[in-house]
Design a protein around this ligand. Structure first.
Ligand code: DON
Length: 565
């Protein structure tokens, strides 16, 4: 049980970038000398890279990528949802932007309970009532105006062009749109965009989105007012009224971005910068890393039963704390310092036994549905030393599935991330209490974990992932794979993952992710298995501190792209 000394860190760096580690089963990561954009969409990554090549900084590129994703990755890229951006600036300043959706002013604590007080999940997940007030447009514009160097018209134009001229649907995107065909058919505004006269959109179809192009043009012309006031705001309010929603023009006009200090920690000498509430991601990640730092892992430990057990033990505490203490800080006091302290982690570490699973006295959990993997993360670094880590979502795949008629974009169903009733699980099986209860104007608690890791104060790794409740474990394992096991960024992202979230008390793993021996060992320790599932879609960047080479990797579970130059 010892912490690695700096000489060990140097050795680790050598291993991460040594040729040995570039020769395993994974393809080589994308390489760049000046900049890198990694996103879930080939076209959006190329847009970001174009901006970097024109001399834009990482924020310019991230904003351009964000708007492009709203066109080319409609399941999660969005202007009708919300997100988080963690920025490390070349001058050493770290910033966290919270543009998470907010509960509308007419929202109330028990709005998803029926007359008997039972939680009605269909209303928090489907239809207009499930939508929070969108934050993405405000967030992207805030980031650009404060930390970018280019004009909005320049960074948004590629998205407008993609929406106007269209682009051929890839097989994976056509398959993704087809998976929601029945839902889109329910709403004429959605069928107009995501079917061709009621027929499935096929691979190769040139996907044009004229209404979305118009909305983006209004944003280009009027900035945030192009979305939060005028035509678009009126269209949202009108449709909301018609379809049983509660979002009003007042909600839209009042929407505000919050700029915060990121949560910060260290792990074996590396600096960790991540997202504070209203995401639980950063606190959970740092709490887990602090606990795990008390162990020392050898390369041969990777995905052994003992390693998985220690990981899970840490995660049980992390997710239990999440359910009790985490919520929107503007409404609830979150004991951030304590949860991310080494002292607290040490107390937890002392309780962890290597012999058996410790959660005998926890409440029985529920089985979370397979998450739709439809949040999206993008990572950017530029030639100047800036780095941006952004995760954004509509919550479910294609959000509430309703396109705002005439405005061409989907609205989120983020309200389900609130704890609608104490102890009642949301669609990811996550429970919560007072801290995350619904209140007008409050932001629902997220798991999104956009993270930047620093080595000697400079960007070393940028990563994040979708995956609902699994986001935290996916990001954690990607980081451990690099920092403890010396994998390169592609290997770290490709490697099979496990997931445990305290409740339900079940261990999930990816297909072929653990050996029969490991499975049997864990079973003998008392583990219950929830089955196999795909876990996350991480998008990552790693920078070699010695020569500045930038390595980018997209997750093979998705169909994105690392674009470097
Ligand atoms: O904010 C959150 O934590 C969730 N709304 C994220 C949803 C998600 O990752 C969906 N994709 N799997």
């Amino acid at each position: 049980m010892r912490i690695l000394k700096s000489s060990k860190v140097a050795l680790l760096l050598l291993l991460i970038f040594s040729a040995d580690f570039l020769q395993a089963a994974s393809p080589d990561p994308e390489r760049g000398k000046k900049g890198m954009v990694v996103s879930a969409s080939d076209l959006a990554s190329q847009v970001g890279m174009l901006i970097l090549k024109r001399g834009g900084n990482a924020v310019d590129a991230a904003v351009a990528t964000g708007f492009a994703l709203a066109v080319t990755y409609p399941a999660a890229g969005n202007i009708g949802g919300g997100g988080f951006m963690v920025i490390h600036l070349k001058n050493g300043k770290d910033v966290a932007l919270d543009y998470r959706e907010k509960a509308p002013l007419k929202a109330s604590r028990n709005m998803y309970l029926d007359s008997l007080g039972n939680f009605d999940a269909s209303r928090s997940r489907e239809g207009f009532l499930s939508a929070g007030v969108p934050g993405s447009v405000a967030g992207l514009i805030y980031a650009l105006e404060k930390y970018g160097t280019m004009k909005l018209e320049d960074v948004i134009q590629p998205a407008i062009d993609l929406a106007t001229d269209g682009f051929p649907l890839s097989f994976r995107l056509s398959e993704s749109i087809a998976s929601e065909f029945r839902e889109f058919q329910k709403y004429s505004s959605s069928a107009k965009v995501f079917t061709e006269g009621g027929e499935l959109l096929k691979e190769g179809f040139i996907f044009k989105q004229p209404d979305l192009a118009l909305t983006l043009s209004l944003i280009k012309e009027h900035g945030r007012d192009g979305f939060y006031k005028g035509t678009v705001a009126e269209l949202i309010e009108k449709q909301s009224e018609k379809m049983g929603g509660i979002i009003t023009k007042e909600d839209l006009e009042n929407y505000s971005v919050v700029e915060k200090e990121p949560v910060k920690g260290t792990y074996r000498g590396f600096g960790i910068i991540s997202m504070p509430p209203s995401s639980s991601g950063g606190i959970a990640l740092i709490e887990a890393l602090n606990i795990l730092e008390n162990f020392s892992f050898d390369k041969s430990d990777w995905n052994s039963s003992l390693y998985i057990h220690r990981l899970v033990e840490a995660l049980r505490y992390v997710y239990a704390d999440r359910s009790k203490y985490l919520g929107d800080e503007a409404f609830y006091h979150v004991p951030k310092e304590w949860l991310t302290s080494k002292e607290y982690a040490r107390i937890i570490f002392m309780k962890i036994s290597d012999k058996a699973a410790l959660s005998k006295d926890i409440l029985p959990g529920v089985n979370p549905a397979e998450e739709s993997l439809q949040t999206t993360h993008y990572s950017v670094v530029d030639q100047y030393g800036n780095a941006v880590s952004t995760t954004t979502t509509l919550n479910s795949s294609y959000g509430c599935k309703i396109v705002v008629d005439g405005a061409g974009f989907l609205l989120n169903n983020e309200m389900d991330d609130f704890s609608a009733k104490p102890g009642e699980p949301n669609q990811y099986g996550l429970t919560g209490n007072e801290a995350n209860a619904i209140q007008p104007g409050k932001r629902m608690l997220s798991c999104m974990t956009p993270t930047i890791i620093l080595k000697d104060g400079k960007p070393f790794m940028v990563t994040g992932s979708p995956g609902g409740s699994t986001i935290i474990t996916v990001v954690l394992q990607t980081i451990l794979n690099v920092l403890d096991f010396g994998m390169n960024i592609q290997q770290a992202i490709d490697a099979p993952r496990i997931h445990h979230q305290w409740l339900p008390d079940e261990l999930y793993f990816e297909k072929f992710g653990i050996s029969k021996d490991t499975y049997d060992n864990l079973k003998n320790m008392g583990y219950v298995f929830g089955g196999t599932r795909t876990l996350g879609r991480a998008e990552g960047i790693l920078i070699n501190p010695k020569d500045g080479t930038i390595y980018g990797a997209t997750d093979p579970r998705g169909y994105g792209k690392a674009a470097g130059f």
